[in-house]
Write a protein that binds this ligand. Structure first.
Ligand code: CP
Length: 314
């Protein structure tokens, strides 16, 4: 079966101008819906063993200044499955680690590859890279946003429960990059978002204010009440390791466990971007609960990132 090329989709809004994917706000709601539909199609094609080499001969470079399993493997395997290749530059591999300016690296890589994927702590570094690159730049996670993860989460919800528009999502835990991307997702996909974070760990109030239907709940229980989807993330993200002991005490009442999920709708789904710390942000058994869809969610990183690469490169 011939694959539909992203460039043939009417929802595309640009011609030859390069597109970046630094936040969910870089796409329109129609484009995001297209990406999810295409990811579902790519997943079906792969299960059917159908070749789908829409990126034959294309290359991407991936700069990982922070550790990664899912994001890196999904991009690397995804490029191979689409007929292209991916070059990984770890923290110790490139001249960035020896002080070559971000802007120079962006210009050099733009001469050699068709897109660059970056994971780094400071979101401003990704923005600087994108401003100097003449090829698409994809945010593979910064301290501020994790848009690629949201694509997988939205695919997973759609596969299992249909449209998320008008549903209620509860985010419980650290008001950090995943929480920020859920705030953006609420606006883009049209769902209601309730956020429960310990005092001092709430998301940026200016970002919260951009949401149509985003509220800070008084407690995890209030956030989860009748929710259709419950999401959490680790209490100490990369860069916060030295605070882990203090955070464990502060976040303990915010653990997502089976008892908390009883307050959600009976058909609730539980998601976690992983890696998880069992016994901290999730109870030791919740990842294996029938309401948990974390393995499907992780697998969908592959399909959504393939759809994203097609969209930006073709
Ligand atoms: N969820 C996520 O981004 O996983 P990795 O850190 O393993 O890429």
């Amino acid at each position: 079966m011939a694959a539909r090329m992203a460039g043939q989709d009417p929802s595309r809004t640009t011609g030859s101008t390069k597109r970046d994917f630094l936040t969910l706000g870089d796409c329109t709601p129609d484009e995001l819906r297209y990406l999810i539909d295409r990811a579902i199609e790519l997943k079906r094609l792969r299960a059917a063993g159908a070749a789908d080499q829409t990126l034959l001969g294309r290359s991407i470079a991936m700069i990982f200044q922070l550790n990664s399993t899912r994001t890196r493997v999904a991009f690397e395997a995804g490029m191979a499955q689409l007929g292209g290749n991916a070059i990984v530059l770890g923290r110790a591999d490139s001249q960035l680690g020896r002080g070559e300016p971000i802007e120079d690296t962006a210009r050099v890589l733009s001469e050699m590859v068709d897109a660059v994927v970056i994971r780094t702590s400071l979101h401003e570094e990704v923005e600087r890279f994108a401003a100097s690159a003449s090829v698409p730049v994809i945010n593979a996670m910064t301290s501020r946003f994790h848009p690629c993860q949201l694509l997988a989460d939205m695919q997973t919800y759609q596969e299992l429960r249909g449209s998320i528009a008008g549903r209620t999502v509860a985010f419980v835990g650290d008001g950090y990059n995943m929480c920020n991307s859920y705030i953006e997702a609420a606006r883009q996909w049209g769902f209601r978002l309730r956020i429960a974070c310990p005092p001092g760990y709430t998301p940026d109030a200016r970002l919260v204010a951009t949401g149509n239907d985003v509220v800070l709940a008084e407690s995890p229980r209030e956030a989860v009440e009748n929710a259709d989807l419950v999401v959490t993330d680790v209490w100490s993200s990369m860069g916060h390791e030295e605070e882990a002991q203090r955070r464990r005490a502060v976040f303990q009442p915010y653990q997502v466990n089976e008892a908390l999920l009883e307050h959600a709708r009976p058909e609730v789904l539980f998601m976690h971007c992983l890696p998880a710390h069992r016994g901290e942000e999730v109870s030791p058994t919740l990842l294996d609960d029938p309401r948990s869809v974390v393995w499907q969610e992780a697998g969908n990183r592959l399909h959504t990132q393939k759809a994203l690469l097609e969209f930006l490169l073709t």
